[in-house]
Write a protein that binds this ligand. Structure first.
Ligand code: FMN
Length: 197
């Protein structure tokens, strides 16, 4: 059972990516296997030409296919999610998020576009077949502060929201994918609704 986070920022000093890394570290701390996919590291030419046979893109799509949880992170650009994220989502199969838990996350410069994830991205994630789209996490630039060492500090309410999202993912994963066996009998005592491949 893996969790993948997609960063849709083209920036080399992306706040979105730092926020995703923070969330993934919380999930790793709880014993989850995680992976970060930075879309800006994919070959631009292949992305623009929708060349899904390019090895880096094929690998990225395969990793999404294997994941049970997909965290979709984006900066807010022009009142919506980034174009880079859209180009990449267009490479997924029509039901590419079928059976997956999905969490949308955005960073934005202002509160004006707080709902952008819900009016712009959520319908796309749902049309891709996501089983569950969790409540979005929206962060303001000013709530993610760069430290001298290149790390970031999150404003307390944002830190709490990210922590809450990580716990929500953990609870759902346990409910949907975990199987508990008694060591003595090898019997499954809590049959899962679905077992990850
Ligand atoms: C081209 C561009 C368009 C932007 N448009 C908006 C916008 O419409 N609304 C908003 O709140 N912030 C907007 N911003 C600010 C970014 O969303 C914000 O700085 C974000 O944290 C950047 O994330 P990143 O560091 O991961 O790239 C825009 C930034 C850029 C570069």
């Amino acid at each position: 059972m893996t969790i993948i986070a997609i960063s849709g920022s083209p920036s080399s000093t992306s706040r979105t990516q730092r926020l995703l890394s923070h969330l993934l570290s919380l999930l790793e701390h709880d014993g989850r296997e995680t992976r970060l996919l930075s879309l800006s590291s994919l070959p631009g030419d292949a992305v623009v030409r929708a060349d899904v046979t390019a090895p880096e893109i094929a690998r990225a799509l395969a990793n999404i296919d294997k994941a049970s949880v997909v965290i979709v992170g984006t900066p807010i650009y022009k009142a919506a999610y980034s174009g880079l994220l859209k180009i990449f989502l267009d490479l997924l199969p029509q039901r590419g998020l079928d059976g997956k838990i999905v969490l949308p996350i955005a960073t934005g410069g202002s509160e004006a576009h707080l709902l952008a994830l819900d009016y712009a991205l959520r319908p796309v994630l749902q049309s891709l077949g996501a089983d569950i789209v969790l409540p979005s996490v929206y962060a303001l630039d000013r709530d993610i502060v760069w430290n001298a060492d290149g790390d970031v500090t999150l404003d307390e309410p944002l830190r709490a929201r990210v922590h809450g999202a990580s716990q929500q993912i953990g609870t759902l994963v346990e409910r949907l994918y975990a199987r508990s066996y008694t060591a003595a009998t090898g019997m499954c005592v809590e049959p899962a609704a679905r077992v990850a491949a």
